[in-house]
Design a protein around this ligand. Structure first.
Ligand code: TYD
Length: 229
């Protein structure tokens, strides 16, 4: 194992990695933590199918192969320590910072960067911060914005076809051995807000203590099973 995080373990195979999705779910910087049987299976299969979909749309992702029940074989990336958030509708930290009402449409897709640093509580970053603080260069930052918007728009279209609204999502990017900006980590209801006229299909069920979220995660998985592996 090269690393173990809150919800995943990473096994290093040289130029590839195996991501093991755990059954853990956390919220509020780890203040809330539970283990939900089958969560790792559900989130690894959703991530696999959505990354396969994005690969087919020309977005570069880490995804190589789904290894049932809860693993993914992926390209090894040099990860950039950023959470890249794409928003179509206002929610969560956007409203806390900039105001507005939950579910209001933004005039255009918005990409935000936060620096992955628990001690600093993941501060919001502009491209200038990334460059001056040496987190990444301007060219890569601009490429990430472009790829994040492209991936977000494709995912939004996919979920729309299946009757769900994609409000926002978090991506993590890395650089592959060819210097290509590549989407890594996870895409699942843990990392997106998915809604259908007030009904919640994402981790806000857990964040707000509304019960076991996996029933709704399974609905999302069923939709994603229309994407072949
Ligand atoms: P955001 O509104 O910034 O934060 P919060 O959920 O705490 O109100 O989240 C935007 C989207 O990104 C949302 O779908 C959750 C996801 N996200 C993560 O998956 N991990 C994270 O660490 C953060 C900050 C957001």
């Amino acid at each position: 194992m090269i690393s173990e995080g809150k919800t995943k373990k990473v096994e290093d195979l040289g130029s590839e990695v195996i991501l093991h999705f755990k059954d853990d779910i956390t919220a509020g910087d780890g203040a809330k933590h539970d283990v939900l049987e089958k969560k790792g299976t559900i989130c690894s299969e959703i991530t696999s199918r959505l990354m396969k979909y994005l690969n087919e749309k020309g977005v570069h992702t880490m995804f190589l192969e789904y290894l049932p029940p809860n693993k993914i074989r992926a390209k090894k990336l040099k990860m950039i320590p950023l959470e890249v958030i794409v928003r179509f509708k206002k929610a969560g930290s956007f409203i806390r910072r900039y105001g507005g009402n939950e579910g209001e449409e933004l005039p255009a897709p918005l990409v935000e960067f936060t620096y992955k640093n628990d001690q600093l509580h993941d501060p919001l970053m502009c491209v200038e911060h990334l460059e001056v603080l040496g987190i990444t260069n301007r060219e890569i930052a601009l490429k990430i914005i472009e790829e994040a918007k492209k991936a977000g728009i494709h995912l939004k279209e996919f979920f729309e076809k299946h009757g769900l609204e994609l409000w926002d999502m978090k991506f993590e990017f890395g650089i592959d051995e060819n210097g290509q900006v590549c989407l890594g980590d996870e895409i699942s209801p843990d990392t997106m807000r998915l809604r259908k006229s007030g009904e919640i299909f994402d981790k806000d069920i857990y964040r707000r203590d509304l019960g076991n979220p996996l029933e709704k995660y399974e609905v999302v998985l069923n939709l994603c099973q229309s994407i072949s592996l």
